[in-house]
Structures are given as structure tokens and as C-alpha cells.
Design a protein around this ligand. Structure first.
Ligand code: SF4
Ligand code: SF4
Length: 136
């Protein structure tokens, strides 16, 4: 059993609402983020696509820092994490990977039925237990 976050990259629109919800809800300082949203584009700045018009490509990846607590206090009160609750596209789902009824397991089932590929980051400074799903 492990608690995990499923990030459906095909649903993420790069709005940063998860990061802002975390910051406000957890009363973080201006320069502190427990989740950031990386733009995969030209590499020259936020929301710059790669490619040549009309074949432009860009996608976004929420990155959970190892300072993320999974909102332990809210979970203890049976409340959802701020990032999960605030995401407007339902791209985030958290829960026990051994419980078939958890948000994580239900979301995992949906993305697997869609044929999405799963991956995890192993970068230093990022949180364990974050699973990315991407079909396109
Ligand atoms: S995970 Fe949701 S809230 Fe965060 S950037 Fe993507 S769409 Fe926006
Ligand atoms: S789970 Fe909680 S602490 Fe972690 S990024 Fe989401 S809102 Fe922030």
C-alpha cells in the first residue's frame, strides 16, 4: 500500500491553479512552491511552443517538490488536497494504490483504458509517489 498522486498530463492546461491553491491554502511565502508547473515547449520561457507554425507543440507538467506533505492535516480531516480540489480539469487524483475505490486507483483505471503511458520522475528535490499519464 502506498499513497500516490496520478497526474493526467492530457488534461493539464498549464493554468497553475494547483500551485496557487497550494500556496494560498497552506499559507506559503511568496517564493515558496510545493508544486510548480513546467512548460514543455521551446525551452525559452513559460508558454513558448516548440516547432514551426502551423506545427506548434506545447504541454505542461506539474512537478511536486519534496516539500509537499500531501496536505496531511487536510487528509486527517478527510478533506482533499488543495491542488486536487482546485484543479479545474480534474487532472489530479490522489489515494491509496491498494484500494480499488481510491481516487488514485479510479483515475489510473481510466487512463489505462485510454492507453496512456505511465512514468515517474526521479529528480532530486521532487516528491516520490507521483505518477504521470500521457497518451499523446
Ligand atoms: S494540474 Fe490542473 S490546476 Fe495544475 S496546471 Fe494542470 S490543469 Fe492547472
Ligand atoms: S498535496 Fe498539498 S502540499 Fe502537496 S502540492 Fe498539493 S496542495 Fe500542496
Amino acid at each position: 500500500m502506498a499513497y500516490k498522486m496520478l497526474v493526467d498530463l492530457d488534461r493539464c492546461i498549464g493554468c497553475w491553479t494547483c500551485a496557487m491553491g497550494c500556496k494560498v491554502g497552506n499559507h506559503l511565502s511568496d517564493d515558496e512552491f510545493r508544486i510548480e508547473v513546467e512548460t514543455h515547449g521551446s525551452g525559452k520561457g513559460i508558454d513558448r511552443p516548440e516547432g514551426v507554425y502551423p506545427n506548434l507543440h506545447m504541454w505542461w507538467q506539474p512537478i511536486y517538490m519534496n516539500t509537499c506533505t500531501w496536505c496531511a492535516e487536510r487528509v486527517a480531516d478527510s478533506e482533499p488536497q488543495f491542488c486536487v480540489m482546485d484543479c479545474p480539469t480534474f487532472a489530479l487524483a490522489w489515494g491509496d494504490d491498494a484500494d480499488p475505490d481510491s481516487g488514485y486507483s479510479q483515475a489510473l483505471k481510466r487512463v489505462q483504458e485510454r492507453g496512456a503511458k505511465l512514468s515517474e520522475l526521479e529528480n532530486e528535490g521532487t516528491r516520490e509517489g507521483v505518477v504521470y499519464a500521457k497518451a499523446r
